[in-house]
Design a protein around this ligand. Sequence first.
Ligand code: PLP
Length: 394
Amino acid sequence: MNNLAKRVQTLTPSTTLAITAKANELKAAGVDVIGLGAGEPDYNTPENILTAAYQSMKEGKTKYTPSGGLPALKKAIISKLEKDQNLSYEPKEIMVGIGAKHVLYTLFQVLLNEGDEVIIPIPYWVSYPEQVKLAQGVPVYIEATSSQAYKVTAEQLRKAITDRTKAVIINSPSNPTGMLYTKEELAELADVCRESDILIVSDEIYEKLIYGEAVHTSVAELSEDAKKRTIIINGVSKSHSMTGWRIGYAAGDAEIIKAMTDLASHSTSNPTTTSQYAAIEAYDGPQEAVEEMRQAFEARLEAIFPKVAAIPGFNVIRPEGAFYLLPEVEKAAHKTGYSSVDEFATALLTEANVAVIPGSGFGAPKTIRLSYATSLEALTEAVERINQFVTSKW
Ligand code: PLP
């Protein structure tokens, strides 16, 4: 007897979490594994945020809150959007949820009817297609190849739009590519969305992790029309090293936000109260720690990028944001005797003891994703192990 609903029968568990679990298993068995699979900063949450959370608990702020988030947190988010993006929102246009992931899940639940299409650029963050499918929507993929710096063009977007298209997802900087759309590129995409009257889901969770001369632009900043059709998704996980606190938010059209809030009222009640108080401090308190972490990631990128680029059979573009490298390694996989990059990635884990995420989970099966959210020492050793593994079998 199959007790499971159809909607979960094709659900694939998150590849990112799966490889991390396998690496942890090996570590527990005493193997010296270096994990480059992490999707989270390797720093603790800044001290002032920990203190604010503790303080709120001591003051008895440990009860339910409004479903869409505490008014004070919405206010802090509105100030952040005003300061960083020059965008003005009202509280009814903000919904706070249990991490950006659950906010996105809730968004697709309230947006999509059966058969509605959502355009997803490849390589994509693993959860987008699954979340769209769970809402009975249909993911429609457009491929951004490495030769186009992993960014889709307005022309590709235009061609993918049908009369069932509801929205396109833009994730800039991107997980897994680390690429950042320029203002001009976003303006072209926004024009296509305006012509076809579709929504833009703008996942800006890596907004604070930008390197070199690159500048982050939110598509919502571009025009009044772009703002109206964009739902910004963001949160404190990556910016303030708060992945475990589970606070994310959506900013956009009041009707959509109300539906999301109503759905949350029946599914989650509210995001964890203590975490909301922590997030108020994250946004309203000092921001030095955010910049310090950004600088540390940039220094690591500087140090390891040339080393990764020099591994035989690796083809990698220098990212401008987030904390991932996405080298194409198909040539290295074949030359070292593996028929697929998935097998190559498994061998890297079991033989070279380096955990990387195979790109097949991101729709990019020629690639692996290396996270540099780990110490420079571990990174240097890991890249050396990969290099030796490849050169010894070449
Ligand atoms: N969006 C992208 C692109 C991500 O990489 C992640 C986390 O890995 C999320 C959203 C979810 O973040 P949160 O921890 O806020 O749920």
